[in-house]
Design a binder for this molecule. Structure first.
Ligand SMILES: [Zn+2]
Length: 343
């Protein structure tokens, strides 16, 4: 397994190098052009969004004002941590440091054995204790970062795997977890799935590893809170739209049918719930139907907007809430998920 992975990296690097050679200056020029600004709003906390050294050229072309604006956001990690001297100077640091890429040096779900299910296209992992808002919280992530930045852009087979993974996660929670398979009534949970993408890289930059990793977050909640959580999300979107010209014109949240997912009718050749290459917010409530909302402005939807609404609905303190009291609780949660997923 290890050997396979290592070879995979080498192949990837080789392919990447070839790609760079082929594209040559054209690629560099594109990076230095207007598209550089696409990433101005990416969050400093998300190492996967740190762009590679090959982006440096575009940064230099930013106006001084924009640079100041970015740096003024504090934390300073975005540019500082990216560092210099990637392999050949052009390898995208974004992939090497992405917490969701299996081959990344910063892969965050490997050392503690969080992965409980994997196919060639996706994996399911227990969220890490520092990030998790709720006990048992999981993520579904794609294996190939550069293939698609979000579920709406995924190829058919990857999309099928994501939907199947969502059904598995739902089954685990709805049945009361891994406790011997039967589950008890008190431990049964409903699950809210969330995906938020606020910027989509150009296809070319995406192929080279720019942009975010495709991740669906899975929040287990009390079944009795499902309806209220759903209406809180709907109302929050309505409130947001009321203040916004774009949304008044372009309609707000579109409902998805039970089990359908974000691509919706697009899978049968119809129109999708949100246009391709357009950022969006997608939530699904226990696969009983959901909402998709296009994101026209990254400023309106801060990265943690959905998390904030969820905390409001569940009456959790956004800043201080910890899913686990200690490592022991997290380990117990992992053991239960593993039992539930048969690993
Ligand atoms: Zn990644």
């Amino acid at each position: 397994m290890h050997r396979e992975r290592t070879e995979g990296v080498q192949n990837y690097d080789a392919n990447y190098a070839k790609h760079i050679l082929k594209k040559g200056r054209r690629f560099k020029d594109q990076g230095a052009g207007g598209s550089g600004g696409n990433f101005a709003g990416l969050d400093e906390d998300e190492p996967e969004m740190q762009l590679g050294d090959w982006e440096d050229a575009s940064r230099k072309k930013l106006t001084a004002g924009k640079q100041r604006e970015r740096q003024g956001k504090g934390k300073g990690g975005k540019f500082g941590a990216g560092g210099k001297g990637g392999k050949g100077g052009d390898v995208p640091k974004n992939l090497q440091t992405c917490p969701h890429c299996l081959e990344s040096v910063r892969f965050a779900y490997g050392s503690r054995g969080n992965i409980v299910h994997q196919t060639e296209n996706i994996y399911i992992a227990l969220e890490n204790p520092k990030i998790a808002l709720l006990p048992g919280e999981m993520i579904i992530a794609t294996v190939d970062h550069s293939a698609a930045p979000c579920v709406n852009e995924c190829d058919e087979n990857v999309y099928d795997d994501i939907m199947a993974a969502m059904r598995r996660v739902k089954a685990y929670f709805n049945s009361g977890g891994g406790k011997g398979g039967s589950g008890n009534k008190e431990s049964r949970k409903a699950v809210v799935f969330l995906e938020q993408i606020t910027e989509i890289p150009s296809r070319e930059r995406q192929t080279l590893g720019a942009g975010p990793h495709c991740v669906v977050r899975c929040f287990p909640i009390e079944p009795s809170m499902l309806a209220e959580t759903r209406s809180m999300f709907r109302e929050s979107l309505v409130d947001l739209d009321a203040e916004d010209e774009f949304s008044r014109v372009h309609q707000s949240a579109k409902p998805t049918r039970p089990g359908e997912g974000v691509q919706g009718p697009a899978r049968q050749g119809g129109r999708g719930h949100v246009a391709k290459r357009f950022p969006y917010l997608w939530m699904d409530f226990n696969l009983e139907g959901g909402l998709v909302h296009p994101v026209d402005s990254k400023d309106r939807f801060r990265r943690d907007w959905a998390k904030g609404v969820l905390c409001g609905a569940l009456d959790l303190d956004f800043l201080t809430n910890n899913a686990y009291k200690d490592d022991g609780e997290w380990n117990a949660a992992l053991a239960d998920v593993k039992r539930g997923f048969g690993v």
